[in-house]
Design a protein around this ligand. Structure first.
Ligand code: TPP
Length: 324
């Protein structure tokens, strides 16, 4: 564990912000005040944070329908995010993106996406731009195990190899595509990374419930892809989602005790806490203090979101077309 104390505290804080943001949405969605479809990222925090902690604002990411964690890890404003999901005109995208279509181009966050597999081609375009730029910046495209079965993903992987795009395909294998198990739905070798390998990419694999595994793996992947001319790479992280596919999903497809087991043994926040306290680099009290701070921050973001202005009828006619 070679990270400084400051870097460790920052990583924990980032994961905790995502965890509490999502746990709070899980509660608040029950009231019906938050409109639209919401897919929570709880359980997968180590992936978003372990990836994004390596990135600068010039590096781009492309997200999925389960995108809150990616946005927060890339530096999107917590209050702006909460207001966006609450549908306020003060939100990050003026309440017009909502949970599934948040973007913040100034932060290098090119957008969440409601269409499964649609992020990969965007990530290739951004990766080609990074390559042309020649400054060693990269584009990361996040996809789930379900998205790995989409034709768009295959086409994007081939295009990335052919064009030597500075794109990294990060596959988050949380074992479910909606309600369909990975074991059933993925035919080839039960492994996503080997598919990417077949397209001619260097691939890596890591434990997505362990921040240190993600962080170290990404260090290697980025070292490779940041070298102009090396082209793309893919990495598969084995991870877990704690909630249903969408909010309201009763999860009857889960095995008995499955959720209890993953919350007990595959929780990236618990695993992080154990690693750093066992190694004596941080104290429980350091982390407890951050927990308190983050809870207050989330509470404040909800207060602001509830009080924020809602869109007006005139707002329907603005931002219909955007020119860059
Ligand atoms: C092209 C397309 N097909 C189907 C859907 C419906 N759909 C939404 S999410 C999802 C499953 C995605 O699973 P995965 O890629 O593993 O991501 P996860 O939900 O596990 O994060 C499906 C089939 C969609 N939104 N877009």
């Amino acid at each position: 564990m070679q990270l400084s104390r400051e870097a460790l505290l920052r990583a924990y804080r980032q994961m905790k912000v995502i965890r509490e943001f999502e746990e709070r949405l899980h509660v608040d969605i029950q009231t019906g005040e938050i409109a639209g479809f919401t897919h929570l990222y709880c359980g997968q925090e180590a992936v978003a944070v372990g990836v994004c902690e390596h990135l600068s604002v010039e590096d781009k990411i492309v997200s999925t329908h389960r995108g809150h964690g990616h946005c927060l890890a890339k530096g999107c404003d917590v209050n702006g995010m909460m207001k966006e999901i609450w549908g306020s005109r003060e939100g990050l995208c003026k309440g017009k993106g909502g949970s599934m279509h948040i973007a913040d181009v100034d932060k290098g966050m090119l957008g969440a996406n409601g269409i499964v597999g649609a992020g990969s081609p965007i990530g290739v375009g951004a990766g080609i731009a990074c390559k042309i730029d020649g400054k060693g910046h990269v584009a990361i495209t996040f996809s789930g195990d379900g998205a790995c079965n989409q034709g768009t993903t295959f086409e994007a992987m081939n295009m990335a190899v052919v064009t030597k795009a500075a794109t990294i395909f990060v596959f988050e294998n949380n074992h479910y595509s909606e309600h369909t198990g990975f074991e059933y739905a993925v035919g080839t070798q039960k492994d996503i990374a080997s598919r990417a390998e077949a397209f001619g990419m260097k691939v890596w694999r890591g434990d997505g419930t362990d921040f240190f595994s993600v962080f170290e793996t990404m260090r290697e992947v980025l070292e490779y892809v940041r070298v102009p001319g090396n082209g793309p790479a893919a990495v598969e992280f084995d991870t877990e989602r704690f909630f249903g596919h969408f909010e309201g999903d009763p999860q009857r497809y889960r095995g008995p005790g499955e959720l209890d087991r993953i919350r007990e043994f595959r929780d990236c926040l618990k695993n992080f806490r154990k690693s750093v306290t066992d190694a004596g680099v941080l104290e429980h009290a350091d982390l407890d203090a951050l927990d308190t701070e983050v809870l207050a921050e989330i509470e404040e973001s909800v207060r602001q979101a509830k009080a924020a202005d809602r869109p007006t009828a005139e707002d329907v006619l603005t931002d219909v077309y955007i020119s860059y």
